[in-house]
Design a binder for this molecule. Structure first.
Ligand SMILES: [Fe+2]
Length: 382
């Protein structure tokens, strides 16, 4: 079967990217945008350059700023009603993964029959939906350029992972000036999410010649620039390098797939509302160690991309070095050392096992675990 490389039609990266994307929008025969974001970003003035560009272009819009972390199905339904009542005909999402994923989901239900929960899974979206600009403010989930959206089905306490290339925004925007004010903890968590995307998509059997170089370059950039961006959030070059790194990681995982780290990380995110990047960062070294026990070879390149010297090491030793370097980076950027630091008790772990085993990301992992192994890995991550 031929390999499908899924990327947005157009991407703007660098200062002025917001204005460039609005210039394209204003050339379309469209009338009114639903701007999907969160209240905090609006209050911080992160959307001001977008609002100015829309006003300059005389393009009408309404703002749906109710998005919360880990957006829920009921929030998607509310956004869809607002879109229809306001007679919008296009979308502009501004934020990290949560507002962009929420906009993707609203776009699905405003152009397809059914409830958002009907689209949980792979390839269930029939119609692509309205014109869609996604403006990224973190680095990052890569949500601005991927085929995935993660929505919490609060009735069943499960994170739905909707996977369909029809969700890819028409224009992906990365303007590092919007990322300057991102707090240290969010910079660290989203950066470690991007590292997880790069590593999981590099070691998966789904990796391809077209995706491996972008994954490795993402790992190299993150190892170099994430500590700088966390230490000095106003360093525009560090912000831009991280924006590029997370985009490269997105180019890789969007087509190659993810793995067990994401399958396991989605569960504490759903039940305890923990930040996605923090859950990934805690699980990443534990799962890398598990995966490398059966095939350490791909982890040599991971160690090297993270700055490790491997020429005198065998594959198993190089994989151990990769895990050490991941742990070192986590500590350097201030990630909690385990779930116990996040008020998780051992009794919480059992609930996550079946859902992790059923998660759509698990299939991409190079080593398929049994439920007992998943529990052991969760315990190791405490
Ligand atoms: Fe992720």
């Amino acid at each position: 079967m031929a390999f499908a490389l899924n990327v947005p039609k157009l991407s703007f990266t660098g200062e002025g990217a917001v204005e460039e994307s609005v210039a394209i929008l204003s050339q379309k025969n469209l009338k009114k945008a639903l701007v999907v974001s969160d209240k905090n970003l609006v209050d911080l003035g992160i959307l001001d350059s977008l609002f100015s560009a829309l006003k300059d272009a005389d393009f009408d819009y309404v703002v749906f700023s109710e998005v919360t972390p880990n957006p829920t199905a009921s929030l998607v339904r509310k956004g869809a009603s607002f879109y229809k009542e306001s007679e919008c005909d296009c979308f502009i999402a501004v934020g990290g993964g949560s507002p962009v994923d929420c906009a993707k989901a609203i776009r699905i239900v405003t152009s397809n029959e059914g409830d958002i929960c009907d689209f949980d899974g792979v390839g269930l979206v029939k119609n692509e939906g309205a014109f869609f600009i996604a403006i990224n403010t973190t680095a990052g989930t890569s949500a601005e350029m991927t085929s995935n959206s993660v929505i919490t089905d609060e009735d069943n306490a499960v994170k739905m992972v909707i996977v369909d290339a029809k969700q890819i925004p028409d224009i992906a925007v990365n303007d590092p000036t919007l990322m300057i004010g991102l707090p240290k903890s969010v910079t660290a968590a989203t950066g470690m999410d991007a590292l997880t995307h790069a590593i999981e998509s590099y070691v998966t059997p789904g990796a391809h010649t077209l995706t491996k170089p972008t994954a490795l370059e993402a790992i190299r950039l993150i190892a170099k620039w994430l500590p700088v961006a966390v230490e000095d959030g106003s360093n525009l070059n560090a912000r831009e390098q991280m924006a590029c790194a997370q985009f490269l990681a997105g180019m890789s995982f969007n087509s190659a797939g993810l793995g067990l780290v994401h399958a396991m990380a989605h569960q504490p995110g759903a039940t305890h509302d923990l930040p996605h990047g923090v859950c990934n960062a805690i699980l990443l070294p534990v799962v890398c160690e598990f995966n490398s026990e059966t095939n350490p070879e791909p982890f040599r390149a991971v160690a090297e991309a993270m700055g490790g010297i491997t020429f005198d090491l065998n594959d198993a030793q190089a994989a151990t070095l990769a895990v050490e370097l991941i742990n070192k980076l986590s500590i350097e950027v201030g990630i909690p050392s385990g779930f116990s630091e996040l008020s998780i008790a051992e009794t919480d772990l059992e609930v996550w096992i079946d859902k992790a085993m059923a998660d759509v990301c698990l299939g991409g992992n190079p080593r398929q675990p049994n439920p007992e192994e998943v529990l052991a890995l969760y315990k190791k991550a405490m």
